[in-house]
Each structure stands twice: as C-alpha cells, then as structure tokens.
Design a protein around this ligand. Sequence first.
Ligand code: DON
Length: 305
Amino acid sequence: MRSPIPDYMQEVLDDCRNADGGAVADYIPELARADPDRIAIALTTPDGSTYCAGDADVEFSIQSISKPFAYGIALLDSGFDTVLAKIGVEPSGEAFNEISLEESSGRPRNPMINAGAIAAHSFMDGKNADERAERFRERMSMAAGRELSYDESVFTSELETAYRNIAIGYMLRTHNILETDPDDVVRGYIRQCSLSVTTRDLSMMAATLANGGVQPVTGRRLSGDRAVRQVLSVMMTCGMYDAAGDWMTTVGIPAKSGVAGGILGVLPGQVGIAVFSPRLDSHGNSTRGVKLFERLTEDMGLHLM
Ligand code: DON
C-alpha cells in the first residue's frame, strides 16, 4: 500500500543524509561518544498523529531544547512579573554560552542562552536542584506522553566540566538574579539538560506547543495560551542563537536546538517537528538538522511569512 507521508519523510531524510560538515559536541565528554551518522525526523499533527523516519526512537539528551520548556514552567510557577523582571527577551546575537548580561541590571538577555536558562531553572518550583529537576521531568513526561528519565552519565560528565556555567551562575548571583546557591542552581540546570528523549518525544512536545499547550494525544492542558505565546516568541527571536536571523529568513518557524543534535520546530496550529543528527555547525546547531528543516520548509511552505 502507498503511504505518502512516511515515503516523503524517508525521501527527505535520504536527501539530507549526505549534508556533511560539522562535528559532534565534545566540550561535554559524554556527547563526544555519540554516533555521528544517526539521523531522524518526526512530525506530529494537532490530532496526535506522529510520522517518523530514521532513528526516531534513539535516545539522546535534550540539552538546550529544555530551555523553552523550563522557561514556560518558570512562568507558570513564579508568574510573568517575577520572571520578566529577572530575564530579558532580546536576542543576544551571541553564542549560547556567552555571559550576555545587560550592563545596568545584570539581567540575562533572554532565556534561550545559558545565562537566561540557568536563571529560568531557578524559577521553577522546588527547594533544591533535585526537586526542580523532578518537577521538570514530570512536566516533560506529560508533554511527551511517556515517562522520561535522566541520563546519569551525560549529567555527571557535564557537571564535572561545567566551569563556564558555574562562572555564569556566580555572575547571576552577584547581580541577585539568582537568589539562592549558584552551585545548586547550575547543578539543577545541568540535570534538566540531561533529560533523555527521542526525536518522536520531541515532536510530541513540539505539537503540544503548536496546539496552544494541550497535549494532542491525552488532551491534557499543560499550559495557558499566554505562556505558550511567550515561549514561542522567544524561540522565534532567540532560539537559534547567533544564527537566529538566518534561520528565520530561510526556515521561518520558531525553533530550538540542542548540542546533542536535536532541533524542535513549531508551526502554531499546524504541526510539531523534530529532527536529530549529532554533528553541529559553528553555531552549535545540528548541520543535517538545519538542512532537514530547510528542505521541509521548501516543500511544505512552513515559513510563517
Ligand atoms: O549548558 C550547556 O552548555 C548545555 N547543557 C546545553 C547547551 C546547548 O544545548 C546549546 N544548544 N545548541
């Protein structure tokens, strides 16, 4: 029997497989062990149908794709006023790990760079790193529609070499953006980044955002419209870091990348998309993942404009 959507996805995947270049992230030692040839794509529509091709059930760590979700949970748990007073919403035009604090206030420029994400982590409910990480894991499991867990070796490996994030944490504490122990907050943030997901999971999470905060299979509302709008807006302007302008002009939908090679994209009301391939370009975005999105946008007219 002909199955046009899976056939089309397999074709896109095969066409982009050879888009080489880039290298697997190695500043987190455990990520350097990833198989660079993995490639996957998944789409989920608002009625909960998911279409996958390639290695869509292979697990990898969510990394920075956790940031928009943690920001959403922070808005829910601490309220817009508190979170907006401490974290800006302007693109930094800089790399994800730049210190990027506003000069006068010490506020991180946005919640998608590490500085802003470390701050956002601290505004999720929980007395300490473990409680906040557990809160995050529970919410993300609801969005994925299955019980997720943390990858302990990725967590330990990143924590052991997290000098830069710890430095950012201490800067944030100096400016009172963090109000508690920076070591504990950075530890929780790194655990958040080590959540193990598949491309299929990310596509379901993307569809939850596309669906205005309602998980498409369970029908459960996980967020209000206003928080979803806020999250998608910062993803659109800041989600791809110093490649955000390039991304917006070529692909044209809100998206977020992670250093393990995932990229999640959301076309509001229409579809959630996720791709995975571990080799990264100079901005820290998956090389083949960007190609896959460019191809999808060209074929399906995803661009918002
Ligand atoms: O904090 C870090 O450096 C990592 N846990 C996450 C960075 C990341 O995924 C950047 N995205 N492309």
